[in-house]
Design a protein around this ligand. Structure first.
Ligand code: 3HC
Ligand code: NAI
Length: 695
């Protein structure tokens, strides 16, 4: 008898139940258990129908990703599906939670599928750099048509039960216990003598696209429109296309070949690493086991500017009501107006339902005056980035907030311990550093102050997850993890302009690497005046950046910055005026410009940042290299198929990186570029950053 799959009889119906927490993934044991369960029911004459259901929170969520890259164990998922599909007795998949990847493929091998109303069904393999490898690219087009199948498989997003019903992916929506609903359906199928539908033999939904290929090719092209260098979605579309031009068996072989190529490739390795790194990041080290987050029912946000507005929208998007606090009616009106416009634009594009803007804005209550925080369990401050103002606000919060409320600041750089010291409850104070635009970007750096209580910390982690953010716990330092590493890159970018490169050359290298925006285009987007003002305050000079601001070029908002922007467009265009300004400024400083190769640009954009990452690990500002990678993946658009800067560093080789850093330290006369002790040690020992996680 299997440990993870039980077979139970309810008269003539055999219920095969998978119970392999947390998500019933198709491990070797689960595969064998299901195959044996179905075979035994098949062999038993008194059994007339079979139901496959799952215990716990979900139907099968896919192949067991931890088995990838290890020697295959039999039975394969193909073999299990074959046993099911070839059964002479009806097999019903009773789905609840999520039927994903191999889980949905197994269900597609069943003759009938039913699902609870909140179930989700999908083939998300592309998100792991893969494609459905157990017949999904062939059976899904036969279930829902190739047009919808290619959209689902290339996009990787699951659909809900109602849509699945409408498109023929499931037969019925069931209430209550999935096994009970599945059993009722099985009895009905028996009573009605429903013919067993084997999707492999049913080409009816392929006919239209076989006659007119453009039906498929248009859908495939639309699904792949925003591809950004990923291999899997292209391969997935190719695999689905074989449902139209190859026999089922041939197409299965093609699918297998494409799947194996992806699975053994670098992109999928990086994407699988990213999947587990994201989940690892939520496991906070240094917190006693069993620490429970505090209850959060009411949330207040202070400041309705760029960030406060975006943060409020993130809560409203998750259905959580927020109080948004400003200093005056004017500021409030402006902030709420921007949010309304933002929602309306998304609804007009079809990104959210037409009634969503009103519903979501209805969850946001704008008020004036800090005393309005009194009922909030969580308060997030997003006022101007000035220590004196933050201190004043936290002093007042201490006065008004109820005991036990978590007090968070969205500061980008400031010292959270200093802010916490303004209150008599530093244990309740921490950072929740969101990224702009806060309603879109998924990262939230949770900054742990030196006195932050474990349960306050876990409250921030839990709430971040509730609003669909990816939380990463970091320590206090200037710029935390992300901005601190970004500064290391920014310093090199700026130097390049003095040494001989132009903004467009530097940005092109960075975007070619897969990061959506280069440092100069990003500066233009954020606004160059902020840095200029801060340099002036600190008495720091940066001749080129200063000259650009002195010319009134503050970036996109003034239509000109490092680039020019024409006709209100956001696309950066190289500007000969800037080339001239850079050349004149360097000439004035008596600097000799040189040709700089793209290789040098790439190395000096990436390696100093990696070096800073190593320093961050040394200082224990981040607990694990993978946490740093998650910060970059979700906060700065690092391409997922490159895993993150620390993963990338391992793939390049730390010895090479350390050597090149030493070389550039000498070439540019900048000792701060020398490899940090940690990087140097790992390089000398031939080790990787990943080896640190393994202890
Ligand atoms: N294999 C192995 N472990 C898995 C897994 C899988 N397919 N899916 C989830 N897990 C693990 C997670 O790593 C996590 O482990 P941890 O607790 O030790 O960190 C645990 O299950 C719970 O996962 P989540 O924290 O993500 O739980 P949620 O409830 O938030 O989400 C989920 C559940 C929606 C199922 C989400 O885990 C998910 O999206 N999983 C991946 C689904 C997927 O990509 N399936 C396709 C796999 S590839 C495939 O099937 C190939 C086939 O075509 C041959
Ligand atoms: P912003 O200038 O757009 O908004 C700040 C808002 O706070 C203004 O509307 C102002 O009226 C309000 N405010 C000031 N004092 C207040 C008070 N005492 N009570 C209530 N409201 C008050 O600034 P932005 O960009 O939203 O930044 C806010 C914080 O978020 C800063 O700490 C910043 O460093 C941080 N941050 C900014 C990011 C960005 O890209 N803009 C990214 C991540 C963090």
């Amino acid at each position: 008898m299997s440990e993870v799959v039980k077979v139970e009889r309810r008269d003539a119906v055999a219920i095969v139940t998978v119970n392999s927490p947390p998500v019933n993934a198709l491990s070797a044991a689960v595969r064998k258990g299901i195959a044996d369960g179905v075979k035994s029911a098949q062999a038993d004459d008194s059994v007339k129908a079979i139901v496959i259901a799952c215990a716990g929170r979900t139907f099968i969520a896919g192949a067991d990703i931890t088995e990838f890259g290890k020697p295959p164990q039999s039975p394969s998922l193909h073999e299990v599906i074959e046993v099911i599909e070839n059964s002479s007795k009806p097999v019903v998949a009773a789905i609840h939670g999520t039927a994903l990847g191999g889980g949905l493929e197994l269900a597609l091998g069943c003759h009938f599928r039913v699902a609870t109303k909140d179930a989700k069904l999908g083939l998300p393999e592309v998100k792991l750099g893969l494609l459905p490898g157990a017949g999904g690219t062939q059976r899904l087009p036969r279930a829902v048509g190739p047009e919808m199948a290619v959209t689902m498989i290339v996009g990787g997003n699951p659909i809900g039960a109602a849509e699945a019903l409408k498109n023929g992916l499931i037969e019925e929506i069931i209430d209550g216990e999935p096994a009970v609903g599945g059993e009722a359906f099985a009895r009905k199928a028996l009573a009605e003598k429903r013919p067993l539908r084997k999707l492999r033999d049913d080409d009816s939904k392929l006919a239209a696209a076989k006659a007119d290929k453009s039906i498929f090719t248009n859908a495939a092209a639309a699904a792949n429109k925003r591809n950004r260098g990923l291999e899997a979605p292209l391969a997935a579309a190719e695999a689905v296309s074989h449902s139209l031009d190859q026999s089922f068996d041939q197409a299965l072989k093609s699918e297998r070949e494409l799947f194996l190529k992806l699975m053994n490739g670098d992109q999928s390795k990086a994407q699988r690493y990213a999947f587990f790194s994201e989940r690892e990041a939520a496991k906070v080290s240094g917190v006693p086991d069993g620490t429970k987050p505090r209850d959060v029912k009411q949330v207040a946000i202070i400041g309705a500017g760029t960030m406060g507005g975006g943060i409020a929208m993130s809560f409203a998007n998750a259905g959580i009501p927020v109080t948004l606090i400003e200093t005056g009616d004017e500021q409030l009106k402006r902030g709420l107006g921007i949010m309304q416009k933002n929602y309306d634009a998304t609804a007009a594009r079809g990104g959210i339902p037409a009634d969503a803007p009103a519903k979501r804005m209805g969850l946001i209550t704008g008020v004036v005056g800090l005393e309005n925080v009194k009922d909030a369990d969580l308060i997030i401050e997003a006022v101007f980035e000035t220590m004196a103002i933050k201190k004043e606000v936290f002093g007042k919060l201490d006065q008004y907030a109820k005991p036990g409320a978590v007090l968070a600041t969205n500061t980008s750089y400031l010292n959270i311990n200093e802010i916490a010291a303004m209150t008599k409850r530093p244990q309740d104070v921490l950072g929740m550093h969101f990224f702009s635009p806060a309603n879109v970007m998924k990262l939230c750096e949770i900054v742990r102050g030196e006195k932050t209580a474990p349960d306050a910390l876990m409250t921030a982690v839990a709430i971040a997850k509730r609003i669909a953010k990816v939380p990463v716990v970091v320590g206090v330092c200037d710029g935390f993890v992300g901005n601190r590493m970004l500064a290391a890159r920014g310093k090199q970018a700026e130097k390049f302009l003095f040494e001989g490169a132009l903004p467009q050359q530097v940005d092109a290298v960075v975007t070619k690497f897969g990061i959506p925006m280069g440092p100069f285009a990003m500066g233009d987007l954020a606004g160059l005046d902020i840095g200029w003002r801060s340099r002036k305050d600190r008495g720091i000079k940066s001749e080129i950046a200063d000259a650009i601001c002195e010319a009134g070029r503050f970036g996109q908002k003034t239509g000109k910055g490092y680039y020019k922007y024409e006709g209100g467009s956001r696309s950066p265009l190289p500007d000969p005026e800037i080339d001239k300004l850079i050349e004149e400024t360097t000439a004035k400083l008596g600097l000799k410009r040189r040709q700089i190769s793209d290789d040098e640009i790439l190395e000096r954009m990436m390696y100093p940042m990696i070096n800073e990452g190593a320093r961050i690990l040394e200082e224990k500002i981040a607990a694990r290299p993978s946490d740093i990678d998650v910060v970059w993946l979700y906060g700065y658009g690092w391409p997922i198929y490159r895993g993150g800067p620390m993963f990338y560093a391992d793939s390049v080789g730390l010895k090479h990186i350390a050597d090149r850093l030493s070389f550039y330290a000498k070439q540019t006369n900048d000792p701060s570029l020398e490899p940090t002790p940690l990087l140097k040690r790992l390089a000398d020992e031939g080790k990787t950053f990943a080896s640190l996680a393994k202890g």
